[in-house]
Each structure stands twice: as C-alpha cells, then as structure tokens.
Design a protein around this ligand. Structure first.
Ligand code: AMP
Length: 250
C-alpha cells in the first residue's frame, strides 16, 4: 500500500498572527512556520501503517514556496520515505491545491491519500473533499480511527452527534481529525537521516494546472478585543446576573 500525505506550511499554532497594518492579509514576516497540526497527525498515521507493515511507502507532498521544503523535511524526519514539493509563490486556493494533488495522484497512483481535516491558517476544510471529487476515490473525512482491510478501510468519523463508522474501498482519501493519534516528536537521528531522503520538485505549470486565484481578499481585520470580565461575590450574584443581565437562564 502506497500512501500520499499532504502537508501544509502554516504559521506555528503558538504564534498569534496579526493582520498587516494595511489589512491586505496576515503579517507573516519573521513568524515561525510549521506543519499544519492536522497534517502532522496524517503523517503520524501513515508512518504507523508503514511500521505495522501495512504500507510500503509514504510520500509527503507540499505545495507552496521553496521554504515549504522545511515542512517536507519534518515529515521525512517523522518517518515519511520521500517528498514532493509543488513549488509556487502564488497564494493557493483549495481547488488549485486539489487539482495539483490530483495530478500527483495520477502519477503516483497511491492507494491512500491522507490529509489534515483543515489547515489552521485558512480554515477552509475543503481540499480533501475536492480531491475526492476530482479523483473519484472514496472519501472519509474527520477520521478518528482507521482500520485497513483487504482493499478497503473501516473509518470512524467524528460527527456532531457522536461517532460514525463507515467502510470504504481503496483507493481512498481520508482527512485526519484531532483524536486520530498523538504525533511523535522527531528524534535527532531521524532528523539527520531525513536530510538524505529525496525531495523532488515540480511546479503547477509542469503538472499542467492553472492556479490563478479565483477569489480576492478584500480585507483582513483582527477579531475584536475581548472585554474585561467581572468578578462576582457569590453564587447568588452569579445566578442573578445570568438571569437578569445576560438572560441566558430563566
Ligand atoms: P484546507 O482545505 O485548506 O483546510 O486544508 C485541508 C488539508 O489539505 C490540509 O490539512 C492539508 O493536508 C491539505 N493541504 C491544504 N493546502 C495544502 C498545501 N499548500 N500543501 C499541501 N497540502 C495542503
């Protein structure tokens, strides 16, 4: 079983990103960048399947600037076998990303494509679903457990009402939710080994994909500052305020 894992370069989740002063987008100058946390979970799942002998190869793919090589190297240090960078400085939209990933799928013919359920920068939650539509592969989103059968997967999905267990055929697209696993830390020897692993570089042009954006960001503004809270004297005062001021209880 060959697994393709899509890893996105995003601002580290510990960084509080602010919009640029002219409101044209997030200010990412000198910001620490990292693998999107949900993509890290996807890499961990792929590596575990390889360690169990279920997968034979794990290929990490990222689309973005030259610097996205760093996130592919992290995936390689976590255990992926090789990487592919689709290099472009265009700010990519989910459909463009899904089209490029489809072109990579046509070449690589993976049995399973693992993605994060969502990138924490754009919060789109679209790429996996779009890739499912473009490839015609079966898809399972928001996965919290994956069990591999013969030519099929059983996936437990996190849905609003609880958990949903579905069976899908391979090849398949699965997007990772938070509880799928707890990713490991890359060890120093594995970080060193990762430096010797191959990263092939291509471009959207070479893949024959037009990635011209279809939407224009008009304005980026920070969320309103939170108002300071108040301290109540006792439970009676709290209940009174909830009832008569906030009107959230009767
Ligand atoms: P999104 O639809 O933007 O919320 O992203 C969902 C998932 O699609 C991410 O967790 C990644 O697995 C994948 N993805 C999105 N953008 C990229 C990118 N530029 N490079 C690689 N994978 C990506």
């Amino acid at each position: 079983m060959k697994i393709l894992v899509a890893v996105k370069r995003v601002a580290d989740y510990n960084v509080k990103v602010r919009p640029r002063s002219d409101h044209t987008g997030p200010d990412l100058a000198n910001v620490k960048m990292a693998i999107n946390p949900f993509c890290e979970i996807a890499v961990e799942e792929a590596v575990r399947l390889r360690e169990k002998g279920i997968a034979t190869e794990v290929v990490a793919v990222s689309l973005g600037p030259q610097a996205a090589q760093e996130q592919i190297r992290t995936a390689l240090a976590l255990g992926a076998d090789r990487g592919i960078l689709v290099q472009t400085d265009v700010a990519l939209e989910p459909l463009a990303i899904a089209k490029c990933l489809k072109a990579i799928c046509d070449k690589e013919k993976p049995d399973l494509v693992l993605l994060g359920k969502q990138a924490i920068d754009g919060d789109n939650n679209q790429t996996g679903q779009m890739l499912g539509a473009l490839t015609g592969y079966a898809q399972a989103t928001f996965a919290s457990r994956i069990t591999v059968g013969t030519g099929s997967l059983e996936v437990i999905r996190e849905v609003d009402a609880g958990l949903q267990t579905i069976a899908i055929k391979l090849p398949a697209i699965v997007t990772a939710d938070l509880r799928l696993n707890e990713p490991r830390y890359a060890s120093l020897p594995n970080i060193m080994k990762a430096k010797k692993k191959t990263i092939d570089t291509t471009t959207p042009d070479e893949l024959g994909i037009d990635v011209t954006p279809r939407t224009r960001l008009l304005k980026a503004t920070p969320p309103p500052d939170r108002k300071a809270g108040i301290k109540v004297e006792d439970v009676a005062q709290l209940v009174d305020k909830l009832k008569n001021e906030a009107k959230v209880i009767a």
